[in-house]
Design a protein around this ligand. Structure first.
Ligand code: SF4
Length: 341
């Protein structure tokens, strides 16, 4: 069996932009390039972090992997099988293997459902368990796996009777109950109390290790990503600009955008602001309907030179073992000693 569970090959998701009268009359088309050529490989059994500011395309990438939308171009491979376009039957099998944990577990649960209903519903949908009693037994086991114990204390509770952390545990239990291979966790702790975040991530990691799962962890928060993930890809305006092993990427960031993100990070445990030298970033993220020519980061990059503003957008290239960067000046920047540390 290949050690790669997921592969995205030049995946794009473009949405048609609203047109003004002039564009309508001239027939001009504009596209919002939410995901604009993402290629990556996720290894079996790892936690892969996808990081970036809001609007960078990371959630759309998660939705493409979840098959909640079809890509405009490119290929998605899961367990060696091309799953870019699936018929209804294969989609059902796929959705059993690839599950999602949402940012807001409360919004993703029917308020009239007790925990036992939340957990047994996917089993009924997928025809798992011969009887109600068997399904309830599986529900109790799933609660034990996420440490909502004793399960009989929780099975009869409604979501509003649980704390934020307990709800996220229940949401995790619901994804586990179908024994998936792969879980997309989209900002799973961003709506949880700061004091409970580490606890929930720790629980998710324990479950991942004991069940041999693979996670895609989508977040804007590099501080949790460092402690939670094995590898990280940094996304900017629909493309990956840097990718590498978590510690390596954060300790030896090469792309000016990654450096800028890191400079603003708070230590997750102490909550202290990173005291390292700040690497600034100019302005706001541009619209995905107007991606700049040349390197798409150039209008915000303090190291931009004329050669960055023309020609092709730099491609990701491996510059050290397992460390990839999309910047034509990364070496010069390194030699200038402009590391934020
Ligand atoms: Fe900045 Fe140029 Fe590197 Fe782009 S290619 S990140 S503009 S230095």
């Amino acid at each position: 069996m290949s050690d790669v569970i997921f592969e995205l090959k030049n995946v794009k998701k473009w949405f048609p932009a609203r047109r003004n009268l002039g564009q309508l009359l001239s027939g001009e088309r504009k596209w919002i390039k939410a995901v604009d050529g993402v290629s990556l490989k996720i290894k079996r059994g790892e936690i892969f972090g996808l990081i970036g500011e809001s609007g960078c395309g990371k959630t759309t990438t998660g939705k493409l992997i979840m098959k909640l939308m079809e890509p405009s171009d490119g290929q998605i491979i899961f367990n060696g099988e091309d799953v870019t376009h699936l018929d209804k039957e294969r989609l059902g099998q796929y959705k059993r293997n690839v599950q999602m944990i949402f940012q807001d577990p409360y919004a993703s649960m029917n308020p009239r459902f007790r925990a036992v209903d939340v957990l047994t519903e996917p089993l009924e949908i997928h025809g798992i368990g011969k009887s109600k009693a068997e399904r309830e037994e599986l529900a109790a086991k799933a609660l034990e796996a996420v440490k909502l114990t004793p399960p009989e204390d929780f099975l009869g509770r409604y979501a509003h009777m649980l704390s934020g952390g307990q709800r996220q545990r229940l949401a995790t239990a619901r994804t586990l109950i179908l024994s998936p291979d792969f879980i997309v966790a989209d900002e799973p702790v961003s709506m949880i109390d700061l004091s409970t975040r580490a606890e929930i991530l720790h629980m998710m990691k324990e479950v991942q290790q004991s069940m041999g799962l693979t996670y895609l962890y989508i977040t804007h928060d590099l501080s949790t990503a460092r402690y939670f993930t094995d590898r990280i890809a940094v996304m900017y305006l629909g493309k990956i600009v840097e990718m590498g092993y978590a510690d390596d990427l954060i300790d030896k960031a090469k792309h000016p955008y990654t450096k800028a993100l890191i400079s603003a990070v708070c230590e997750p445990v102490s909550g202290k602001v990173n005291q390292s030298k700040e690497v600034p970033i100019k302005g706001e993220i541009p619209s995905a309907a107007n991606i700049p020519e040349g390197c798409r980061f150039h209008p915000r990059c303090l190291y931009a030179k004329p050669e960055c503003m023309q020609g092709e957008d730099p491609e990701l290239q491996e510059v050290e073992n397992g460390h990839y960067v999309a910047c034509i000046r990364y070496k010069e920047i390194e030699e200038m000693g402009t590391s934020w540390r």
